[in-house]
Ligand binder design. Structure first.
Ligand SMILES: NC(=O)c1ccc[n+]([C@@H]2O[C@H](COP(=O)([O-])OP(=O)(O)OC[C@H]3O[C@@H](n4cnc5c(N)ncnc54)[C@H](O)[C@@H]3O)[C@@H](O)[C@H]2O)c1
Ligand SMILES: [Zn+2]
Length: 370
């Protein structure tokens, strides 16, 4: 079992990573069950695939699991479902000292975290992430949110979980396309500041994707440790270090916006193409060796992730994609902060990227990659 601590003073918490952890949920969650019960919020896919494990383990520990089951999908991160969830929690007479359990991917984690942040002016929550993306990224760090008609994640708060319990075996029931999309965020940690981990991805990433338990445990532990260190250093994204986690996301969000934030292009798939674009753009600017950009492209291509506009099936031209970037919430005072790289493991935040140049690069890149 790997145990990673996130040191944040009174908001500190532990992250436990262990195959089979869900079958031990009773022992792990017992200290958090008030009056012999725990409310477990999940979506209908996860309820079908994983809830019985949690339920059986809690029951064996003498805890009654009260499930709240929401529809699956990004649309659940909405005002309407927040209201449904809050009403259900109030119906179960949740108190400020209670811990609400989020069993699911980033959608459930973000929604439950936000509900916990505002219910009775703040109660506790526990993350049981069941997608690779949520295990390596969204369950750690305390960003919670719902979407509004103006865009994604525009309504939310920083609210850290009390505990994160990661069971990599939940990935056995996750569709392979979702696992692969989450893997893009794993690769991201290597590209940000850990070239040895990127090299591991090149040699062993395919094993992880094939379901190898050791490879999963290793990659999840490495990723979570990297994210925890960044969050401990810059909890609210004020110093700029946490912003490094957005590598590939400015390009990626533009691709997601162009494909309507739909199943046509999953978030992780957009991030994969976005990271490859960020590296090729960095190489074009003369900042990064072309060989490093080529390695990034080759690895993403080898594991079946999108690596350019064509493989992401994005038809828009550079100008239209840059227009999407301008709507990005990370735009400050007219300048678009952009994550670029001096090489693999050498990502940095650049504040003076010319958008016409990015548009020209995107058109040129479409014409040259294949
Ligand atoms: N808070 C953060 O820091 C942060 C970071 C990254 C992403 N996010 C958010 O995370 C969300 C995406 O999360 P996601 O990729 O986990 O998507 P998701 O929660 O929608 O899960 C993907 C799909 O897999 C299903 N599923 C989940 N676990 C399963 C399992 N073990 N077996 C079978 N099916 C399963 C879900 O029902 C859903 O259909 C986005 O809303 C994004 O904004 C948040
Ligand atoms: Zn992401």
């Amino acid at each position: 079992m790997a145990l990673i601590h996130v040191p944040l003073a009174e908001r500190s918490y532990d992250i436990l990573i262990e195959a089979g952890a869900l079958d031990q949920a009773g022992a792990h969650l017992k200290p958090y069950a008030r009056g012999g019960r725990l409310i477990v919020v999940t979506d209908s896919h996860v309820a079908q695939a994983q809830f019985s494990r949690v339920d059986a383990s809690l029951r064996a520990a003498g805890i009654n699991a009260l499930p709240v089951i929401l529809p699956p999908g990004e649309k659940t991160k909405s005002w309407a479902h927040l209201e449904t969830l809050i009403d259900a929690l109030l119906g179960h007479e949740v108190e400020r000292s209670d811990h609400i359990v989020a069993l699911g991917g980033g959608v459930i984690g973000d929604l439950v975290g936000f509900a916990a942040a505002i219910l009775k002016r703040g109660c506790h929550f526990i993350q049981l992430p069941t997608t690779l993306l949520s295990q390596v990224d969204s369950s750690v760090g305390g960003k919670t949110a719902i979407n509004s008609s103006a865009g994604k994640n525009l309504v939310g708060s920083f609210h850290q979980p009390a505990l994160v319990l990661i069971d990599p075996s939940t990935l056995d029931t996750l569709p392979p396309r979702e696992v692969r999309a989450g893997y893009a965020e794993v690769v991201k940690y290597g590209l940000i500041d850990d070239p040895a981990f990127f090299a591991w991805c090149e040699s062993d990433g395919a094993r992880l994707l094939a379901g190898d338990a050791d490879a999963r445990n290793y990659a999840i532990s490495k990723s979570v440790a990297a994210k925890a260190a960044i969050v401990a250093d810059d909890e609210r994204e004020t110093s700029g270090r946490r912003a490094l986690l957005n590598l590939g996301h400015t390009f990626g969000h533009a691709l997601e916006a162009d494909t309507g934030f739909s199943d046509r292009l999953l978030h992780g798939e957009a991030v994969a193409a976005g990271m490859a674009l960020a590296f090729r753009y960095s190489a074009r600017l003369g900042l990064c060796p072309q060989t490093d950009a080529d390695r990034v492209t080759a690895h993403l291509k080898a594991v079946g992730l999108p690596y350019d506009l064509a493989s992401a099936r994005v038809a828009a031209d550079g100008k239209a994609l840059v227009a999407h970037m301008l709507h990005d919430k990370k735009m400050s005072a007219g300048a678009l902060p952009f994550l670029l790289a001096r090489g693999i493991g050498r990502t940095f935040l650049s504040k003076d990227v010319a958008l016409e140049d990015v548009a020209a690069f995107l058109d040129e890149d479409r014409a040259t990659t294949n």
